[in-house]
Design a protein around this ligand. Structure first.
Ligand code: ARG
Length: 467
């Protein structure tokens, strides 16, 4: 294979018959994708082996040529893996780099490999295989993250903390319940991943340039050999479709949004003001000037990665939105977005899994905060409905007055005397104090999906059976 540096501006060997001179340097730079699509080498070679095997099976090429091709492709695979392969930008992309090297290795038989296919279906195949494998990795990574949350939820099924709306204390919940909210979120991400794998489980190879081919190929055979459920059904759609990449990016964006919300909570929880968790040294850094500081850098970076992942989705949607059918070179811009988003997402999930496993939960701080901010006010209102027969709206009003009184006295609801409470509503009895503690509040919320420890343990068991 020619060394990139010694290449001269010569006519391109693939379509030299039509074009007399080689590409201008700028043209080469804008046109070449080898800088990033070399990542697809394994998929490209696997696809070519399946294609050549099918061509021989169908009698389109001879068995001897097929053997030479397969042997040559395997040689190229080891050359790339050992670092010996020299990629050439003049050869534009991974497909032509591999094919040119094959010609050097096995001679004219190499020229038979491209029978009944085009780079249009070839790139659709390679990229789809890559995305499918990436989604399989994402599924595993999400499973590990869910497992980390399930362990923390189990450990803290009884740990009370304030639940928030508007980031204002709302009602007491348990930290286990809060962890299980993330299990639901990442569980939905994982089921989106599984659905997407199913959607894209169709083999593009054999669609050729866009119209199919007159050669008697067997697309079911290549589909099976490459691990797809079946071949795609419309050759025009096949070479112009990048839904599989868009689906990957959409799923990645939603998952990254979940990771970012978690990152934000970790940032807030680890402030000295909240103090709900202590980050391990492994996932934080110190300050070069302020010795007391411990910064949640990993969480902050996860939060920021969401920006680039969402950006990739918008970038590819924008590339695709105006394209007429079928293939246009614009579509070459699909890969870097997906590669970058995939790398960011993998890293973000791994970092979060580590942080969730490593953080120290400060149950004492959570409990103290859970009791402040009149978090059991709803429990008082509910008690008035249940025990004193008040309509909820009236109970809400009475409770509001109790909160105002506590505020005036500078104490919590549970610290008001019975006489104080009875001055607001005489129907209140000593028994009300049973519901004003955070533990009682949490234990009472036994509705399906509620925060009661017993209920949270049921949710954990449900997920354990499915993780
Ligand atoms: N490098 C190209 C891409 O990534 C491969 C397909 C090129 N097809 C073509 N007709 N020029 O999209």
């Amino acid at each position: 294979m020619a060394d990139g540096s010694s290449e001269t501006k010569s006519s391109n060997q693939m379509w030299g018959g039509r074009f007399a001179s080689g590409p201008d340097a700028i043209m080469e730079e804008i046109n070449a994708s080898i800088g990033f699509d070399k990542k697809l080498y394994a998929q490209d070679i696997r696809g070519s082996i399946a294609h050549a095997t099918m061509l021989a099976h169908q009698g389109i090429i001879s068995a001897e040529d097929k053997d030479k091709i397969v042997h040559g492709l395997n040689t190229i695979l080891s050359e790339i893996e050992s670092g010996a392969f020299e990629f050439s930008r003049r050869l534009e992309d991974i497909h032509m780099n591999v094919e040119a090297r094959l010609a050097t290795l096995i001679g004219p038989a190499a020229g038979r490999l491209h029978t009944a296919r085009s780079r249009n279906d070839q790139v659709a195949l390679d990229f789809r295989l890559w995305v499918k494998e990436e989604l399989q990795k994402t599924e595993k990574a999400l499973t590990a993250l869910i497992a980390a949350f399930l362990d923390r939820a189990e450990e803290h099924a009884d740990t009370v903390m304030p639940g928030f709306t508007h980031l204002q204390t709302a009602q007491p919940v348990t930290f286990g319940h809060h962890c299980m909210a993330y299990v639901e979120m990442f569980g939905r991400d994982r089921s989106r991943v599984r659905h997407a794998i199913e959607h894209m489980d169709e083999s593009p190879i054999g669609a050729a340039a866009l119209a199919g081919t007159g050669f008697p190929i067997d697309r079911h055979m290549t589909a099976k050999a490459l691990g797809f459920r079946e071949p795609t059904r419309n050759s025009i759609d096949t070479v112009s479709d990048r839904d599989f990449a868009l689906e990957f990016l959409s799923i990645a964006s939603i998952a990254a949004t979940h990771l970012s919300r978690l990152a934000e909570e970790i940032v807030i929880w680890s402030t000295p003001q909240f103090g709900f968790i202590r980050l391990s040294d492994a996932f934080s850094t110190g300050s070069s000037i302020m010795p007391q500081k411990k910064n949640p850098d990993a969480a902050e970076l996860v939060r920021a990665k969401t920006g680039r992942i969402n950006g990739s989705l918008i970038a590819l949607l924008t590339v695709m939105k105006g394209l007429p059918l079928a293939y246009s070179k614009d579509m070459q811009e699909d890969k870097e977005q997906v590669f970058d988003a995939a790398e960011s997402l993998e890293l973000a999930i791994a970092a979060m899994t580590g942080m969730v496993r490593d953080m120290t939960v400060r149950a004492d701080r959570m409990k103290a905060a859970a009791g402040s901010g009149y978090s059991t006010a709803t429990d008082l209102a509910d008690w008035l409905v249940r025990e004193a027969g008040l309509p909820f709206r009236d109970a809400h009003h009475v409770t509001g007055r109790a909160v105002a009184l506590a505020e005036q006295k500078g104490c919590d609801l549970a610290d008001l005397s019975l006489a104080d409470l009875q001055s607001i509503n005489p129907a209140i009895t000593e028994k009300v104090f049973d519901v004003l503690t955070v533990e009682a509040s949490v234990a009472s919320r036994t509705s399906f999906g509620g925060t009661a420890p017993a209920e949270v343990r049921k949710q954990i068991a449900w997920w354990r059976a499915r993780n």
